[in-house]
Ligand binder design. Structure first.
Ligand code: GLU
Length: 546
């Protein structure tokens, strides 16, 4: 076969060489051990948790004065959705992930672009042509039907699947045969001519898993599809080489095709990056673990966390907890530190199915929010509400001080309340403060209902004095309790229930329902301070008349 003739036949317009690109994209001038890494999402419009999970590379890059960039893998035009690039950038920015270079909403930044794969066609074809010149790639004119037939034959013969050996029917054709097919206008793909042997094992260094051994690739996989656009495999190798990526952090599902990738790196004489295959996100389904699924699990979408209003730092803390085995301990020692201060390391990452657990996230988020100032919570809630609950945002802006005071109830001290972990939960929790959203959610405590309800509340209103200290106020509540035949100590009532109408718990729960609509709420006295005297009296009165 005349390789030069074939290369020119297939790529008549390609005049550049690999050397031209080596010169165009020189080695980066960075400190030794600096990490250059990226996320490389496909613009499908679905930004998933894994994108943020793998964006952890940002920490590695920035911890080492390296580079973190965004590459858009848009080789599959069928799956492309408008606005998808913006969605990725927006989601990453939301979580404080900073790109040093790559695709941006209005163009690109950086000297290693273009960062959108469809714009790199000439580069891929240049590399492809060099492989044809070396006799390492050839066109294949198989139709879908041909490939299906091949698959059926392999199935019947219980042979390995794939385009190889005797099944690789275009591997050894003559130039004339190829020319004839091209003249007919038959569609073709460019295949790699593999000399790999399935008996050979190849050792690959994985930054997370240590050394992994994979079977050498023996199939003539596709480099360029019929539209001249590369497959993921070929694009990955070309791009990560010419963008001078040092670490490829990606989901473990790519381990299966890793043999192809290392084979290409080796044959091209390029240094392999450090592969870092992250554990797939799993969840418990009943008693068994399974992969998070786009169809079944709304929490796989990154937008889920934003809509629910989990504070970004809480999500990052959670993610770090899942990702790095020593993070939780560090956080315990540094409860008020920003998670960015933690030194992230690849060797502390888990290698098998990372378990995702929303309850744990909620717990971390509650812990986090309980330690923030009322102003922080107010600002976060307002920002969320502006997007997801505009009526609340409006009320908050009209009554900023009131909302801040409400948020401040039970805050501070050694044991701050942990009532909400997300802005959505906060909105629901705080609803009772505002007369406009107040509702009776719980029933009146049974032992304080009927005549007693009115007797207790009447006395409460008669003795209520907003100038009282909390102690004075509580002494009065106790007095009413006893005067009306309730036990001032729950224990006493428990011992001799026949002697009492109930206990102080019934009385205070009644007050809680009157003031908050709920039996379970923060301190009544503190709530009354937020509501003010007029509103407190109005609510008590209203509940009496109900
Ligand atoms: N486009 C690939 C994906 O979204 C990128 C994998 C990689 O990081 O190389 O899975």
């Amino acid at each position: 076969m005349n390789n030069t003739a074939l290369a020119n036949l297939l790529f008549p317009d390609i005049t550049k060489t690999i050397e031209d690109y080596e010169a165009k994209y020189p080695e980066r001038n960075l400190p030794e051990n600096a990490v250059v890494t990226r996320i490389a999402p496909s613009p499908t419009g679905f930004v998933h948790l894994g994108n943020l999970y793998n964006a952890i590379g940002e920490r590695l890059a920035h911890q080492t004065q390296g580079v973190f960039y965004l590459r858009i893998e848009d080789t599959d035009q069928k799956r492309e959705v408008e606005g998808a690039v913006e969605a990725v950038i927006d989601a990453m920015t939301f979580y404080g992930i900073r790109f040093d270079e790559g695709a941006t909403t209005d163009g690109e930044v950086g000297a290693y672009g273009p960062y959108r794969q469809r714009q790199r066609k000439e580069l891929y074809q240049t590399v492809a042509k060099s492989l044809v010149l070396r006799g390492l790639a050839y066109p294949c004119f198989c139709t879908e039907d041909d490939l299906k037939e091949m698959h059926d034959q392999q199935e019947a013969a219980k042979d390995n699947y794939g385009y190889f050996g005797k099944y690789a029917i275009w591997r050894d054709r003559t130039l004339e045969e190829i020319e004839a097919e091209l003249a007919k206008g038959t569609e073709w793909v460019l295949r790699f001519r593999s000399e790999g042997d399935p008996e050979n094992m190849v050792a690959v260094k994985d930054g997370i898993r240590g050394e992994v051994k994979v079977q050498e690739n023996y199939t003539d996989f596709v480099l360029l599809k019929s539209d001249g656009i590369p497959t993921y495999h070929f694009a990955h190798v070309c791009d990560d080489h010419f963008m001078r990526t040092t670490h490829v952090i990606r989901d473990e599902s790519w381990l299966a095709t890793l043999p192809i990738h290392v084979q290409l790196f080796d044959i091209l004489g390029w240094q392999r990056p450090v592969y870092c295959h992250t554990a797939t996100l799993m969840k418990m389904d009943g008693t068994s673990k399974r992969k998070l699924s786009k169809r079944k699990d709304p929490e796989l979408a990154l937008s889920y966390y934003r809509e629910a209003g989990f504070p970004q730092e809480a999500v990052m803390r959670y993610l770090m907890t899942v990702l790095n085995s020593n993070f939780e301990e560090w956080m315990m020692e540094n409860p008020d530190a920003d998670s960015r201060a933690f030194t992230f390391s690849l060797d502390k990452m888990s290698t098998s199915g990372s378990l995702f657990d929303l309850e744990k996230l909620d717990h971390i988020a509650k812990e986090f929010l309980s330690r923030q100032t009322a102003q922080y919570v107010y600002d976060g809630l307002l920002e969320w509400a502006k997007k997801y609950d505009t009526a609340l945002a409006e009320r908050m802006e009209n009554k900023a001080e009131f909302f801040c005071n409400a948020i401040n109830v039970g805050r501070g001290g050694d044991k701050p309340r942990k009532d909400f972990g997300s802005w959505k939960e906060a909105a629901a929790f705080l609803a009772f403060y505002d007369a406009e959203t107040f509702a009776y959610e719980d029933a009146c405590p049974e032992r304080a209902d009927g005549e007693m309800r009115s007797a207790i509340l009447t006395q409460y209103l008669d003795t209520l004095n907003f100038a009282d200290t909390q102690e004075e106020w509580f002494a009065k509540v106790k007095q009413i309790t006893e005067a009306l035949g309730y036990a001032a100590q729950p224990k006493k009532y428990k011992k001799n229930p026949e002697l009492y109408k109930g206990s102080i718990v019934d009385v205070t729960n009644l007050l809680r329902v009157a003031l908050t609509g709920r039996q379970n709420a923060p301190d009544i006295w503190e709530i009354s301070r937020v509501l003010g005297e007029t509103e407190t009296r109005r609510r008590v009165q209203a509940y009496m008349n109900l």
